[in-house]
Design a protein around this ligand. Sequence first.
Ligand code: SAM
Length: 288
Amino acid sequence: MINVCDIQVMKPLLAAHGFHFSKAKGQNFLVAPWVPASIAEEAGVDRSSGVLEIGPGMGPLTQQLCLRAGKVCAVEVDNRLEPILRETVGEFDNLDILWGDVLKQDIPALVARQFPGLRPMACANLPYYITTPILSALLEADCFDSVTVMVQKEVAQRIAARPGTADYGAFSVFCQYYTEPKYLFDVPPHCFVPQPKVTSGVITLRRRESRPWDIGDPAVFFRVVKASFAMRRKKLSNGLASGFPELGKAGAEEVLQACGFPDNVRGETLGIPEFAAIANAIAGRRSR
Ligand code: SAM
């Protein structure tokens, strides 16, 4: 197997194919072999796993996934990488590469087609310019046992943040609604070519076996969350009144009072059960 993380191997291979990195496609390739091996290991990939990889690049993580998984499906937008991947991962017969934009894929259909009888997982060193839309699509697909990804460290911290902390926001709640995130390890800039300006972090998001909240209408729940963080520095009643104009200020205050919150409560201190209670109270007023 070609060691694509060896810079002495990588550079001539790229040059032989006239490949230049595309900043616009978020191309920072791994040159530290311990990183892809640790991602595959920590994700718990084994023969029962069907793994969706996003952005294989030259294939360092793809190799580690193929060595462990039942099946790997890698989606790559840059077809200049095709001859390179043929050399680095062409030997694996448990790999399918799909050429195109992952955001244009019907992910549940792809998973059903690619991984029958296997435990679906997603693993990736994500292109950072589209971290949020990709993660949103993976979680909303609601079909992966786990999603293990490398992202900017600050994004990983936001995903795993607890209520009442500066990093906690609407995206934390969104991710924690679907999964239980766990921060795994830092990856410094020198592990990539070209080097990014920021430290990266690997995080694993394990799908919740059950969602222990009674949420009548998830759409209202996510509207409440969005409204609660839109005006972070203001009282929650202001955020709710602006996110739900039909309530008005008085209605928003009534809802919070009915849920037992003090008048000056702030959204950033609330967890999922509290947002659920507010959403249910709003939905209840509508059906009155
Ligand atoms: N996995 C490789 C590694 O770790 O060295 C490459 C990771 S690089 C950070 C991100 C990869 O995602 C690049 O190969 C890039 O071409 C690919 N990519 C960027 N946008 C994409 C998209 N919309 N859909 C699929 N792949 C994409």
